[in-house]
Design a protein around this ligand. Structure first.
Ligand code: DLL
Length: 437
C-alpha cells in the first residue's frame, strides 16, 4: 500500500522528538490557561504559578481533571483566554437541556483545526481530485464545519449537503460524481435501505470512501456498511470540547485511530480510581488540548472508553493509535444488577446477517425488576419468511445475548425501515425506568 502524509515531518516524527514538542506546547498551553478565570484559580490553588512549574510531561498529572460540570460552571466566559474581540467563532452543545458547553476559537485556532482535519482526510488516501459530500449537521455541531474546512484545505470539491433528505443526497451524488461521503454510521446504514427504496443503482454512483463517526459503532457495523455501500469506511473520533472531529482518525490501514499527539496529550485512566491503566488496558480517555489559544482545556475527562495499541502502525506514523471507542463510562446500563454496555448488544445483533440496519434498546420496570427489550429490524427477505423461521431467529438472538451479556432480553423483530432514524447521532437506548431522587 502506498501511504500519503499531509505533514510527513510531524506525522512520522520520532517519539522522543514528539514528546519534546508536546512538552513545549504544554508549557505554552499552561501559560494560556492562566489567562482564564477558571484555571488561574485552579492552578494557583495547587501551587502552580506558571509554566516554569511544568518541567516534564509527567508534571501534567499534578493538575486536577476538568469535567463537563466545570465547563458548565464556567459558562459563558470562564474558560475564555483571549479578548472577546479576537474570538471569531463558537461551537456549543445544543443546550436544549441544561447549560450548554461552549468552545471559542480565534482565527489561528480555526486554521490549526482545519489543518488537523486535512491531515485526517488526507491520511485515508483522499486527494484534491475527490468530490466530498458532507452529509452531517452543520451549525453549532462541530461535525459539519469541521469536515468542511478540512476538505477544502485538502482541495477537494466540498458539497455542504448537511444531514437528512436521502433523495436529494442520491441526486447530488449522481450529479456531481461524489467519491467520498461523511455521515454518522447510523445514517450510512440507513442510506443503503433508502437506496433500495428509491431504486438508485449502486452502479450509477462513484463513491469510494466514507468517514463515519460522532457515535460508537462496532467493527461488524463497519463491515456491514462497507459491504452494503461498497466503500471503504474510516472511523473518525472527536468531541466538541477538543475542537470537534480531527482528534483521532483511521489511516489507510483501517486498524485503530491515530491520535494526533502534537495537538492533544492523551491519557487513559481507570474511571473509578482515576489512576492510569496498564499499557494496552481499557479505560477512560483523558485529553489535554495543545492547539487552541481561545479555550484551553487541561486533562478533560471524555468519559469515552478505549485503549492504546501497543504495536506500531504499518503506515509509519508514530502517533499512537486508539482502539474503537466501545462506549462511555456513563452510558453503562445496570439491568437487575448486571452491567451492560449498549455496544455489547450492537456487536451481537450486527454480526447476524438476517438482522437489518437499525435497532433500539428499551429498559423499563416490570414490577420490582428491570426488563430489557431489544427491537431490531430484520432484512426484507427474512421478514417475509414463515413465522417458524422468525421465531428461530428471535431465539438465536436471545441466546447469543444471554451468552454475551448474561441477560436474556425480550426480542422483537420489525420490518426494515420501521424503527425511527434520527438525522444526527442515533438514539439507541430508551431508559424508561423512574429516576432515583
Ligand atoms: O461528535 C464530534 C465529531 C463530529 C466527531 C463528527 C466525529 C465526527 P460531540 O457532539 O461533542 O462531538 O460528541 C462527542 O461523541 O465524546 C464520543 O462519546 C462520541 N463519539 C465521537 N466520535 C466517535 C467515534 C462530536 N468515532 C462524543 N466512536 C464523544 C465512538 C464517538 N464515539
Amino acid at each position: 500500500m502506498k501511504f500519503q502524509y499531509w505533514n510527513p515531518q510531524i506525522e512520522k516524527m520520532p517519539r522522543a522528538d514528539l514528546e519534546l514538542l508536546q512538552l513545549q506546547k504544554l508549557k505554552a498551553e499552561i501559560d494560556i490557561a492562566f489567562r482564564t478565570p477558571f484555571y488561574k484559580e485552579r492552578l494557583t490553588k495547587i501551587g502552580i504559578k506558571s509554566s516554569d512549574d511544568i518541567k516534564t510531561l509527567d508534571d501534567l498529572k499534578k493538575i486536577p481533571f476538568t469535567t463537563k460540570d466545570d465547563l458548565r460552571d464556567g459558562f459563558p466566559y470562564g474558560f475564555l483566554a483571549i479578548p472577546k474581540e479576537d474570538v471569531i467563532r463558537l461551537h456549543s452543545s445544543s443546550g436544549t437541556t441544561g447549560i450548554p458547553t461552549v468552545i471559542y476559537f480565534s482565527k489561528d485556532d480555526i486554521k490549526r483545526w482545519a489543518d488537523f482535519m486535512a491531515r485526517c482526510i488526507y491520511s485515508t488516501g483522499c486527494t484534491k481530485n475527490d468530490v466530498f459530500q458532507n452529509m452531517i449537521t452543520y451549525g453549532l455541531f462541530t461535525g459539519g464545519l469541521g469536515f468542511h474546512q478540512g476538505g477544502e484545505e485538502v482541495g477537494m470539491l466540498v458539497i455542504p449537503a448537511g444531514a437528512g433528505n436521502t433523495a436529494r443526497q442520491f441526486k447530488m451524488m449522481q450529479d456531481y460524481g461524489t467519491t467520498v461521503l461523511h455521515a454518522t454510521p447510523s445514517f450510512l446504514l440507513h442510506l443503503e435501505t433508502k437506496m433500495k427504496e428509491a431504486g438508485v443503482e449502486r452502479d450509477s454512483l462513484v463513491i469510494k470512501k466514507a468517514f463515519g463517526g460522532a457515535e460508537p459503532y462496532s467493527e461488524d457495523t463497519r463491515k456491514r456498511i462497507e459491504a452494503l455501500l461498497k466503500v471503504d469506511v474510516y472511523n473518525s473520533y472527536g468531541l466538541s470540547e477538543m475542537n470537534g472531529p480531527g482528534v483521532a482518525f483511521e489511516c489507510q490501514c483501517k486498524d485503530g485511530l491515530h491520535i494526533w499527539e502534537d495537538g492533544y496529550i492523551a491519557e487513559i485512566v481507570n474511571p473509578d480510581t482515576l489512576q492510569p491503566v496498564k499499557e494496552g488496558e481499557t479505560g477512560e480517555l483523558v485529553l489535554t488540548i495543545l492547539c487552541r489559544e481561545a479555550t484551553p482545556i487541561l486533562r478533560y475527562r471524555t468519559r469515552d472508553l478505549t485503549s492504546f495499541y501497543t504495536e506500531p502502525c504499518a503506515c509509519g506514523r508514530t502517533h499512537r493509535k486508539l482502539r474503537r471507542i466501545t462506549g462511555r463510562s456513563d452510558d453503562m446500563l445496570i439491568i437487575n444488577g448486571v452491567n451492560v454496555f449498549p455496544s455489547q448488544i450492537e456487536e451481537v445483533i450486527m454480526s447476524m446477517k438476517e438482522v437489518g440496519n437499525n435497532y433500539l434498546i428499551i429498559v423499563e420496570k416490570d414490577g420490582a425488576l428491570d426488563k430489557l427489550t431489544v427491537k431490531t429490524e430484520v432484512n426484507a427477505e427474512t421478514f417475509m419468511d414463515d413465522s417458524r423461521h422468525l421465531n428461530a431467529l428471535k431465539e438465536k438472538i436471545k441466546e447469543t445475548l444471554q451468552t454475551s451479556i448474561s441477560i436474556s432480553p425480550k426480542v422483537e423483530l420489525q420490518e426494515s425501515g420501521s424503527l425511527p432514524i434520527s438525522e444526527g447521532k442515533a438514539v439507541r437506548v430508551i431508559d424508561n425506568r423512574p429516576k432515583d431522587v
